[in-house]
Ligand binder design. Structure first.
Ligand code: FAD
Length: 588
């Protein structure tokens, strides 16, 4: 089974040429993100990913986490790996030095996060949820809460969870029923949460649950939801874990994938909880966690695609089958066959496009954080559902292609290709399904503001046309990007004009629109990548740069070319989609 090797060349190329690491490093407080330091961080992270996490990926999947009497044992090696993760300071990378963080840009942390996820997605979920909890506490917690908890959780000695889902409340959080009754300086939390990632485990000494619940007099719906911090162990005055709180793990789920990541049913039985922020504002605070988590789940799509691609490539170079179509003669490895090449190129080009978009959005987060400039935040808000929805849907497609490249062996667990597909499958579901992301994109991010941010972005992409015109060899990139951006523009006009009067018709095309946005945003970055690679060719790494150009051209000609058809689907509205009655679905 081939091991994970971090794609450091591509990561550096994207960081430097597309995401503007040098500009990010000029922002106040980011002076440590100089190229040399970042290079060293990426090297170290890649070692940790390859040497510590990757070897536990397959065994962790086979073994799974195990629940017994309310406790959860993670697979062999996970506890030790987590200890090394904490000692390496990996979790603290993007957080404020005030809390023990390293104060590095989100952009740098994103590249590291991709490596951790590629090498072991199940493991990476614990830090992912913890980071969301840190954001919520940092931004919304009282001074007392921050002083009591942020240090431990930033260092990673304590981990965090996100407790939203209940049996009757999944996509629709207005239905949350968990109760919170005031009891002096704190609240008593009662209810059941399901599907809580790392809700219970043995890797850290304490777990901080961020829980959505309702106070008795709260208004109905999302306006009556508050956010509470419920520690597994209540801290003693010296800060160490003390009395066990009444928050218990009743069981964990048996799942299609991410077997090593425990997915817990949590029962809160008058557990002590502390209000985060103000009563009834919980959902807006939770969105802080969810936005960070949605971005990270989008990155999971990139990471799993990269891992599936690497495994498929290694197999394709190794597996002997069939003869060369032109040369005949000896049996050749399957990488000689055009259809296998097509699959590998689809995998590679989409992975690189997704990476580029995710890193560019991460850089925008740094600019937004440090400058407070609203245009960066607007771009992030527009792109979060795209990164989440498009990268995860494409991640599954790439992982599935990875199985196909392996032929029958892909369907057999031993090669590891099947695990990537199983693991990837959850990414389009949690943190908001693709359908929910797509409606967020169309409704909140486009229609509600009359298409302003989308049109500003369209104008930005259109500016590339003049630059691309200087490179006759990039004519197909130029043509397909122009077609793609026009398709987005047509859809934005249609959404803005029709969302108010025919919401079902417009939302029927929400997922095709999200996919359109993804491939055009990815194509935009690949076009920039082609030009940057061309400029660097005379003095750069020719093999890598030529491959980048060919990959960008392939993306334009085989992926971006689908944009006009997606536009046509969106503009069709609800016809067909809503045409059958519920009875007619059963008519056969
Ligand atoms: C492995 C795993 C880990 C998870 N981790 C966590 C966690 O740590 N914390 C947590 O709180 N939750 C977690 N979840 C829960 C996850 O976020 C939910 O499963 C997800 O939000 C979907 O909710 P649901 O399962 O109830 O599906 P439903 O909401 O019932 O959705 C079913 C289908 O209907 C569609 N749908 C629903 N409503 C609409 C609508 N209004 N318009 C259009 N389509 C709609 C959905 O897109 C989906 O296709 C996890 C789930 C799993 C499986």
């Amino acid at each position: 089974m081939s091991g994970y090797v971090a794609p450091l060349k591509d990561m550096r190329f994207v960081l430097n040429e597309l995401a503007g690491l040098a500009e990010v490093a000029k922002l106040p407080g980011y002076q440590d993100a100089a190229p040399d330091t970042v290079g060293a961080i990426l090297e170290e992270a890649s070692k940790f990913a390859s040497e510590v996490l990757d070897p536990l990926n397959y065994s962790g999947d086979q073994e799974g986490s195990i629940w017994k009497d309310g406790a959860v044992a993670t697979p062999k090696g996970f506890k030790q790996a987590y200890k090394q993760y904490v000692e390496g300071g990996w979790g603290a990378l993007p957080f404020e030095p005030e809390w023990g963080g390293q104060g590095l840009p989100k952009l740098v942390a994103t590249a590291v996060e991709e490596m951790l996820t590629s090498s072991n997605m199940s493991f990476s979920l614990c830090p992912l949820l913890t980071q969301g909890a840190i954001h919520a506490l940092e931004l919304c917690g009282s001074d007392a809460l921050r002083q009591a908890y942020l240090g431990k959780i930033v260092q990673g000695t304590w981990t965090g969870t996100m407790n939203l889902t209940e049996p009757q409340a999944g996509s629709d959080l207005a239905l949350v029923r968990t109760k919170a009754e005031r009891a002096g300086d704190h609240y008593l939390i009662s209810g059941q949460k399901i599907f809580i990632t790392y809700g219970e485990h043995d890797m850290a000494e304490n777990i901080l649950h961020l829980v959505l619940a309702r106070t008795p007099d709260a208004p109905e719906g999302v306006k009556g939801i508050s956010l509470f911090l419920v520690p597994k162990f209540l801290p003693k005055p010296d800060g160490s874990p003390g009395e066990r709180n009444r928050a218990k793990c009743a069981s964990i789920e048996h799942k299609l994938g991410i077997h090593a990541s425990p997915t817990a049913v949590m029962v809160f039985d008058k557990a002590a909880g502390y209000l985060v922020g103000e009563e009834n504002k919980g959902l807006s605070y939770m969105f802080i966690m969810m936005n960070a988590a949605r971005f990270s789940v989008g990155l999971e799509g990139v990471a799993i695609a990269e891992r599936a691609f690497q495994r498929a490539l290694a197999y394709a170079r190794d597996r002997l089958q069939g003869k060369d179509l032109v040369e005949g003669g000896k049996t050749v490895s399957i990488i000689h066959h055009p259809d296998v090449r097509r699959m590998l190129m689809l995998m590679k080009s989409q992975t690189e496009a997704m990476r580029a978009l995710a890193y560019v959005v991460a850089a925008a987060m740094d600019f937004a954080h440090k400058t407070g400039d609203k245009k960066h935040q607007a771009f992030i808000d527009l792109m979060i559902p795209v990164v989440k929805g498009w990268s995860t849907e494409t991640g599954i497609e790439v992982a599935s292609l990875g199985v196909q490249v392996h032929g029958g062996m892909g369907f057999i667990e031993e090669t590891g290709a099947a695990q990537h597909l199983r693991d990837a499958r959850i990414t389009t579901i949690y943190e908001g399904t693709t359908g929910i992301q797509a409606m967020d994109l169309m409704g909140r991010k486009v229609a509600r503001e009359g298409g302003a941010t989308a049109r500003a972005w369209i104008a930005e992409v259109k500016k590339l046309d003049a630059e691309l015109a200087r490179f006759p060899q990039f004519e197909s990139i130029r043509k397909n990007l122009a077609g793609g951006v026009q398709a987005v523009s047509d859809c934005v006009d249609y959404i803005v004009a029709n969302a108010g009067k025919d919401v079902k018709g417009v939302f029927a095309g929400a997922v095709p629109f999200l996919k359109l946005m993804g491939i055009v945003a990815g194509g935009w970055q690949m076009a920039r990548a082609a030009m940057a690679a061309q400029a660097k060719l005379p003095q750069g790494d020719r093999k890598f740069l030529e491959a980048k150009i060919v990959t960008a051209q392939f993306f334009a000609e085989q992926v971006l070319v689908q944009a006009p058809a997606l536009r046509d689907t969106v503009l069709k509205g609800a016809s067909g989609v809503m045409a059958l009655s519920e009875d007619q679905f059963l008519a056969a």
